[in-house]
Design a protein around this ligand. Structure first.
Ligand SMILES: C[S@@+](CC[C@H](N)C(=O)[O-])C[C@H]1O[C@@H](n2cnc3c(N)ncnc32)[C@H](O)[C@@H]1O
Length: 227
């Protein structure tokens, strides 16, 4: 294994001739069966859309600006909507070892697994809540540097807007993973994407990345909240 670069906690590796990304584990225990090689957790782009975004940007020679847009300093605060069982949350937790990840998930089944992860990591706050009702978790939250959303819901853009408006610091970053088929299975995915981006309020668009071949009909939208 050869480490070719480390940018804001994101490691770029050459593993058996293939470019891979990894994080330095806050806790050195695998979370979803990922490999830990020479002290680094390999981050699977097929299992995590954030890994796919980072890897695609790296392959396009555009990783450094993306990492700086993401605002993930070691002490950053992140609101993560659609935490599921914590696959991507765990890598975000690695990236902000002195910060906090507020992990919102409304499925009690997924939350059970997520709680296991939170027991091992002291920088994840699990919230069994509905992301479409951001007022319900107001007592537990503070303004954050990054809102990351991956909920695969029909009203994805609206959920992102109301959470960013309420919790994202001015100048903070919104990453929205858009699954076109969750909005409308019959429409042209590119048209759905355009319409969803048009629904985002109070933000300036930074980039839109097609996540193929790792995730079909998914796009990552990166935006900045207006100051
Ligand atoms: C595609 S999965 C997320 C995968 C996860 N982000 C990862 O990369 O490890 C979408 C998750 O969003 C959750 N979800 C959907 N709508 C939600 C809502 N309104 N509030 C909270 N969680 C929601 C689902 O229960 C599901 O676990």
């Amino acid at each position: 294994m050869q480490i070719s670069e480390a940018l804001g906690g994101v490691y770029i590796l050459d593993l058996f001739g293939e470019t891979r990304i990894a994080t330095h584990p806050k806790v050195s225990v695998p979370v979803y069966g990922e490999r830990i090689v020479e002290g680094l957790r390999i981050w699977d782009p097929h299992r995590s859309k954030l890994a796919a975004l980072l890897l695609k940007s790296r392959l396009a020679g555009d990783l450094a600006p993306l990492v700086s847009e993401l605002n993930l300093r070691p002490e950053a605060k992140v609101l993560y909507l659609g935490a599921a069982t914590g696959t991507t949350v765990s890598h975000v937790s690695d990236l902000v070892p002195r910060g906090l990840v507020y992990a919102v998930e409304f499925s009690p089944r997924s939350m059970r697994d997520l709680l296991g992860l939170c027991e091992k990591r002291d920088n994840i706050i699990p919230l069994l809540e509905d992301a479409s009702m951001p007022e319900s978790y107001a007592p537990f939250l503070e303004p954050v540097d990054l809102v990351y959303q991956d909920v695969a819901q029909r009203n994805q853009a609206e959920i992102a807007s109301i959470n960013a408006e309420r919790y994202l610091k001015p100048g903070g970053t919104l990453v929205l993973m858009i699954k076109a088929r969750s909005v409308d299975v019959t429409a042209d995915p590119k048209e759905v994407l355009k319409a969803e981006i048009g629904r985002l309020e109070g933000i300036d668009l930074l980039r839109v990345v097609d996540l193929r071949p790792y995730h079909r009909d998914h796009w990552a939208v990166v935006a900045r909240r207006r100051a």
